[in-house]
Design a protein around this ligand. Structure first.
Ligand SMILES: Nc1ncnc2c1ncn2[C@@H]1O[C@H](COP(=O)(O)OP(=O)(O)O)[C@@H](O)[C@H]1O
Ligand SMILES: Nc1ccn([C@@H]2O[C@H](COP(=O)(O)OP(=O)(O)O)[C@@H](O)[C@H]2O)c(=O)n1
Ligand SMILES: [Mg+2]
Length: 238
């Protein structure tokens, strides 16, 4: 049997929180020791300071592709917000229809719902290095994350790519996604400019933004990404 504990500031984020000192810090699960053997805490639960990277960029800018390379080279856990939402649709959850309709319209799913999915994955993970891809997509996403986690990201990557290139890539993506069609892409690009660019500017002003030129081959782009992480002296996989 599991219970939710509401305040575990000693476990996570405490020293990084410059946002809201009284924020409800990250929640985790603890077992009742008498009922089942105490479960080994995951690395994430043990780690006092998870390393969080937000990966931003318009639709088709190459976020997912570059995340795969960062995972390969630096052992991050990749959490794609869009993928978690699509999984929620596929699982026929109570929110599935609402999420599907929101994605079809290229709009943003309510922040608390997306954060809940991200939080769950982080709790289950045995890692402490996370790439949170496609999040935050709006100032509301960002503020809700900071409120709930009581922390800010360590790194924010932004893949800067011209619209015509993004449209071309999305239309060729061939993953059977309901939002990879020209009508939805146009809506997503408008939402990106109106809601996501303010987030990019926020992190630019905070000095946390690494702007990457998203045009070129996958390897050319990754050449700009790699030094961001090697500067933190993570172990590089060969
Ligand atoms: N540098 C690149 N040049 C050409 N195509 C790319 C490049 N990076 C990714 N792609 C392709 O473009 C599409 C969108 O990339 P993806 O990583 O899914 O972007 P995002 O997650 O930002 O929407 C995919 O089909 C991917 O294979
Ligand atoms: N933080 C997020 C991320 C995605 N989404 C929704 O999920 C869709 C697909 O997101 P995605 O990150 O998989 O899309 P790409 O940028 O990879 O093309 C978005 O257009 C939104 O409708 C959201 O509502 N909130
Ligand atoms: Mg993606």
């Amino acid at each position: 049997m599991w219970r939710r504990v509401t305040s575990v500031s000693h476990l996570t984020f405490a020293h990084k929180s410059t946002v809201n000192k009284n924020a409800c810090t990250f929640k985790c699960w603890e077992s009742f020791t008498t009922e089942i053997p105490r479960k080994e805490k995951t690395t994430y639960q043990r780690a006092k300071t998870p390393f969080i990277t937000f990966v931003l960029g318009g639709p088709g800018s190459g976020k997912g592709t570059q995340c795969m390379k960062i995972v390969e080279n630096f052992g991050f856990t990749h959490l794609s917000a869009g993928e978690l939402l699509r999984r929620e649709i596929a699982s026929n959850s109570a929110d599935g229809i609402m999420i599907l309709n929101t994605i079809k319209e290229g709009k943003i799913v309510p922040s608390e719902l997306t954060i809940k999915l991200i939080q769950k994955e982080m709790e289950l993970s045995d890692n402490y290095k996370f790439l949170i891809d496609g999040f935050p997509r709006s100032e509301d996403n960002r503020k809700a994350f900071e409120q709930i986690f009581g922390a800010e990201p360590d790194v924010v990557l932004f893949f800067d790519c011209p619209e015509d290139e993004m449209v071309k890539r999305v239309l060729n993506r061939n993953q059977g996604r309901v939002d990879d069609n020209i009508d939805t892409i146009k809506k997503r690009l408008k939402v990106f400019t109106a809601l996501n660019l303010p987030v990019v500017n926020h992190y630019l002003e905070k000095g946390k933004l690494y702007k990457i030129n998203g045009v070129g081959t996958v390897d050319e782009i990754y050449k700009q990404v790699h030094p961001v992480f090697s500067s933190f002296h993570f172990e590089v996989r060969v």
